[in-house]
Design a protein around this ligand. Structure first.
Ligand code: SF4
Length: 396
């Protein structure tokens, strides 16, 4: 049991003025998802909970009056499936946000909106809403149908690829920009050419890869299997070569972010995943957390749940002195220190994501994970190698 006196003493040295700035607020309009992907980490995706419209004002009051607020805020509607609630829900939400903004957005900071969706429910009415409110759309699709449909299935076990492509066609017909997230798992690794060709042929030019992670109720990742690292390296190396051939037309987030840091000679000291209140996550009941959005719906042995407060009763800054926050924060900060002291990739990583550290190592106070090997270390080696070769710096 943690000693409260010790907490209080340590608490005095915590400078919350360094927390934030809030750059991303992830709001859960519903916990329900119409799909049942087998690698999903969310435990409550079968429950049809819905965010009450009455919570919009307190949510935006909490955001817009917070001392952690920065110069802008991105609101991402996500997790379960944000289009599982009707268009009319968002029409009412946007009216209420406008009312709350008039009251609380005294500095008139820009508020941008995005939706991360499985894409299966997009139709003309959704496209009209996206246009009207300038909503950026992120779609989850794992490449061609023979790969996507292995894991991303409907609740009756059917593949969802055709429905996602119907949604993408709506976006394209409406000239709406979108990016995609593709989950890389064991089944993807032999098919870099097919995945690339699928994106290219369908005019999908803004791609992010998420590695299948050990997380939440997905208790093992297929990428943990022995021998996977070499296959993953070969996959990413081939994808880099294919991407380079497009003369920068097709962009992959993982390459772009590391290239950007290296070429601009910038280095990270932290990330929004491990620094308090750069990300705020709010569930359908108005409960909130910070750090990785994946933590909001999860309970763990050492930390309990990650709900720090509720917008009806707490402010973001008021929870920073709670024992629960301090337990999480101390371990998160210690884990980042371990990374800083021991990892040569720290400058392009910033110390990683606590959720990966917890799920793989059992504590935020830890460093390397398979997730960071794949997402940061291997990709950095590929990018550095390619850049050195392009400048004739490599001995190979
Ligand atoms: S790559 Fe892994 S070990 Fe290195 S800083 Fe990032 S999270 Fe830490």
């Amino acid at each position: 049991m943690t000693n409260l006196m010790t907490d209080t003493t340590k608490n005095q040295s915590i400078d919350i003025s360094s927390f934030g700035p809030i750059s991303l607020v992830v709001i859960q309009p519903t916990s329900f998802c119409n799909l049942d992907c087998d690698y999903c980490y969310l435990p409550d995706r079968h429950l049809k909970n819905r965010l009450s419209i009455d919570l919009i004002e307190p949510i935006f009051k909490a955001i817009l009056t917070s001392p952690f607020l920065g110069n802008y805020v991105d609101i991402c509607w996500h997790a379960g499936e944000p289009l599982a609630v009707p268009v009319s829900f968002y029409q009412e939400v946007f009216k209420q946000i406008e009312i709350a903004s008039q009251k609380y957005n005294t500095q008139q900071i820009p508020i941008c909106h995005s939706i991360q969706t499985n894409g299966t429910l997009i139709n003309q009415a959704w496209c009209d809403l996206f246009k009207e409110h300038n909503i950026c759309v992120g779609i989850s699709i794992d490449g061609p149908d023979f790969l996507h449909d292995i894991h991303r299935k409907t609740r009756t076990g059917l593949g969802s690829h055709a429905s996602v492509m119907r949604g993408i066609n709506y976006l394209q017909k409406n000239d709406l920009y979108f990016n995609i997230i593709a989950v890389i798992n064991q089944d993807s690794l032999d098919y870099p050419d097919e995945i690339f060709q699928f994106f290219w042929d369908n005019g999908i030019l803004d791609v992010a890869f998420n590695m299948e992670e050990t997380e939440g109720i997905n208790q093992t990742s297929s990428l943990d299997k022995a021998g996977t690292e070499q296959r993953y390296q070969a996959f990413m190396r081939r994808f880099w070569d294919l991407t380079v051939q497009t003369n920068d037309q097709l962009k992959v987030r993982e390459f772009e972010s590391i290239c950007g840091l290296i070429c601009d000679d910038r280095r990270l000291k932290k990330t929004d995943m491990n620094h308090p209140f750069m990300i705020v996550n709010i569930d359908h009941k108005g409960n909130f957390s910070t750090f990785d959005p994946e933590l909001l719906s999860i309970k763990t042995e050492p930390y309990g749940d990650f709900i720090l407060g509720n917008v009806l009763t707490d402010t973001f800054e008021s929870v920073c002195h709670s024992e629960k926050f301090l337990n999480i924060y101390r371990d998160m900060a210690a884990g980042v220190n371990l990374c800083r002291e021991n990892c040569q990739y720290f400058g392009v990583c910033g110390g990683g994501a606590g959720s990966n550290k917890y799920w793989e190592n059992g504590s935020f106070n830890s460093a390397q994970t398979n997730a960071c090997r794949y997402r940061i270390q291997i990709v950095t080696d590929i990018v550095l190698n390619a850049l050195e070769q392009s400048f004739n710096l490599s001995n190979s």
